[in-house]
Design a protein around this ligand. Structure first.
Ligand SMILES: Nc1ncnc2c1ncn2[C@@H]1O[C@H](COP(=O)(O)OP(=O)(O)OP(=O)(O)O)[C@@H](O)[C@H]1O
Ligand SMILES: [Mg+2]
Length: 223
C-alpha cells in the first residue's frame, strides 16, 4: 500500500453526557506526512484515544474534515471505509486485543481472512510477520501461553500482516516491563525506517523523545 498523508482540519469531537457536552477534541488541525514518526502525549482524559480513534476511522468527528491520501473519509460509505481501513491502517492497543481461543498464527491470519486473502497466501504472510517480530517459536501458542511482550509482538504481527502504510499504537508499551517495551519500540522504529507512518500515543516522555515529532494534547486542544 502506498504511503498516505493524514489531514485533520478543524476536527471537533463532542460527547453528550446527560445534560453536559464533553469537548473531547477542539478544532484540531494536524497533518501527518507519509513516513512520519509521531508521538502524541497528554494527560489522562486529554483526548488522545479520541484522536487516535478518529485517525483510525474507528470513530467519526462531530465537526471538521478528515482526509486520508486526499480522500474525504466522511464521503465514503461504511463498507468502503471498512475495506479502506483494513488495507491502510494497522492498530496496536495497550491491552493487545488478541482473541483468546486462537493461537498466534490464527490471530495474525484473522484480518487477512476478512480481506479474503487466499489461504496459502494468508499462512505465508502471517508466518513472515511472526518471524519478523521474533516469534517463530510461538506461532502455535495461545495468548494465555505467552508473556505480555510476546502477546504485544503478536499484535504487531497482526497489524503488519495486512501491509498497511500507517500504524496507530495506543499506549503500546503501557502493560509491558521495560525490556519488552523496548523491544516493541525497536520494532515500531524499524517499521518507520522502512517507510511506514507510525503514530504512538504515550504518556511516557522517554518514549516520546524517541519519535521524530511530538504533539501534545491538553483538554482536547493540540499544540
Ligand atoms: N464514549 C464516550 N462517552 C462520553 N465521554 C467520553 C467517551 N469517550 C471519551 N470520553 C471523554 O472524552 C475525554 C477524552 O477521552 P480519551 O479517552 O480520548 O482520553 P485519553 O487522553 O485517551 O485518556 P487516557 O490517557 O486515560 O487513555 C475524556 O474526558 C473522556 O471522559
Ligand atoms: Mg486513552
Amino acid at each position: 500500500m502506498e504511503p498516505v498523508r493524514l489531514e485533520l482540519e478543524n476536527i471537533c469531537k463532542e460527547y453528550q453526557q446527560g445534560d453536559t457536552v464533553i469537548q473531547a477534541l477542539q478544532n484540531v488541525n494536524l497533518v501527518i506526512e507519509p513516513g512520519e514518526y509521531l508521538s502524541i502525549t497528554g494527560q489522562s482524559g486529554s483526548g488522545k484515544s479520541t484522536l487516535m480513534n478518529i485517525l483510525g476511522c474507528l470513530d467519526v468527528p462531530t465537526r471538521g474534515k478528515y482526509r486520508i491520501g486526499g480522500q474525504d473519509v466522511q464521503a465514503m460509505s461504511s463498507g468502503e471505509l471498512a475495506a479502506f481501513r483494513s488495507r491502510t491502517i494497522g492498530f496496536i492497543f495497550q491491552s493487545f486485543c488478541l482473541l483468546p481461543d486462537l493461537n498466534a498464527m490464527e490471530n495474525v491470519e484473522l484480518p487477512l481472512l476478512y480481506q479474503k486473502v487466499p489461504r496459502k497466501e494468508r499462512r505465508k504472510r502471517a508466518e513472515e510477520a511472526l518471524v519478523r517480530v521474533g516469534l517463530e517459536s510461538r506461532m502455535h501458542h495461545r495468548p494465555n501461553q505467552m508473556s505480555g511482550g510476546q502477546q504485544q509482538r503478536t499484535a504487531i504481527a497482526r497489524a503488519i500482516a495486512s501491509q498497511p502504510s500507517v500504524i496507530l499504537a495506543d499506549e503500546p508499551t503501557g502493560n509491558l516491563d521495560s525490556a519488552s517495551g523496548k523491544a516493541v519500540m525497536e520494532i515500531l522504529g524499524e517499521l518507520n525506517r522502512e517507510g511506514k507512518t507510525v503514530v504512538i500515543i504515550t504518556h511516557d516522555d522517554k518514549i516520546a523523545k524517541t519519535t521524530r515529532t511530538n504533539v501534545h494534547i491538553c483538554n482536547g486542544i493540540v499544540s
